[in-house]
Design a protein around this ligand. Structure first.
Ligand code: NAP
Length: 235
């Protein structure tokens, strides 16, 4: 049985992906800031801290084996006019969304090289297709994740490792509902649904199905791709 690590796996999209990969037959461990106490494969690690990530991955290796699947879903959004954005706010959003992917990927790659097989899926954002006002730090970080995805796909393909990014748009998670409550969506979720081509909000299961496919053996010819899951809001 292969071992998968899902960062941000305690909530929203990451949680949906972890559940789906479990039902696909993977051993799944999660890394998160606040892991659920009842799950003994949920590890506490801040993805911006390489030592915490390394310690958690070492424990996972010891418990369930080398990690050959990595889904990077840990993320932090932010909403502020660029001219008022402090460098510390800019830096934290870049650290979580971009540096977190760097640390997690570097930590698990030795296992993938040893296996001659691996799958990395980065959860990016549909805002990278269109831009998004008041989210310059977030859009910059996620756009960098798309670039990292393409570069790694070329570099790691010869080692049997595929690297893809999925760009969600408007997925019903705590992150989306917090934005709605704070009035940052430019309308309610229901108002947005009326303007969404498929006329519904996305779900973690929509992302989980996409990840499940990209991780499957038969997706081995798909790498370096940025795949939108957004109900047609971005084409
Ligand atoms: P979510 O429910 O807030 O889940 C994000 C998870 O990441 C949370 O469990 C959070 O922990 C964790 N996390 C945050 N910072 C972390 C850190 N430094 N180290 C470890 N874990 C950390 O949000 P979501 O909507 O599922 O988002 C998942 C991914 O999809 C994110 O990368 C997000 O940017 C992306 N995304 C979501 C949407 C959407 O519509 N929902 C759209 C585009 C992109 P805490 O809750 O304890 O902080």
């Amino acid at each position: 049985m292969k071992t998968a690590v899902v960062t941000g796996g305690a909530s929203g999209i990451g949680r949906g992906i972890a559940e789906r990969l479990r039902s696909d037959g993977f051993h799944v461990a999660t890394l998160d800031l606040n892991p659920p106490a009842e799950d003994d494969l949920a590890f506490r690690a801040d993805v911006t801290d390489p030592e915490q990530v390394a310690a958690a991955v070492d424990a996972i290796r010891g418990r369930i084996g080398p990690v050959t699947v990595l889904v990077n879903s840990a993320g932090l959004d932010g909403f502020k006019r660029f001219r008022n954005l402090s460098f510390a706010e800019w830096q934290r959003v870049i650290e979580v969304n971009l540096h977190g992917v760097f640390h997690a990927a570097q930590t698990v790659l030795p296992d993938m090289f040893d296996a001659g097989w691996g799958r990395i899926v980065n959860i990016s954002s549909s805002s990278t297709h269109s831009g998004q006002p008041f989210m310059a730090h977030y859009v910059a970080a996620k756009s960098a994740v798309n670039g990292l995805t393409k570069a790694l796909a070329l570099e790691l393909g010869p080692s049997g490792i595929t690297v893809n990014a999925v760009t969600p748009g408007f997925i019903d998670t705590p992150m989306l509902r917090k934005s709605e409550e704070a009035g940052r969506l430019g309308g309610t979720v229901d108002e947005h649904i009326a303007r969404t081509p498929v006329r519904r909000v996305g779900t973690p299961a929509d992302l989980a199905a996409t990840c499940s496919f990209l991780i499957a053996e038969e997706a081995g010819y798909i790498t370096g791709q940025i795949i939108g899951v957004n109900g047609g809001r971005n084409t």
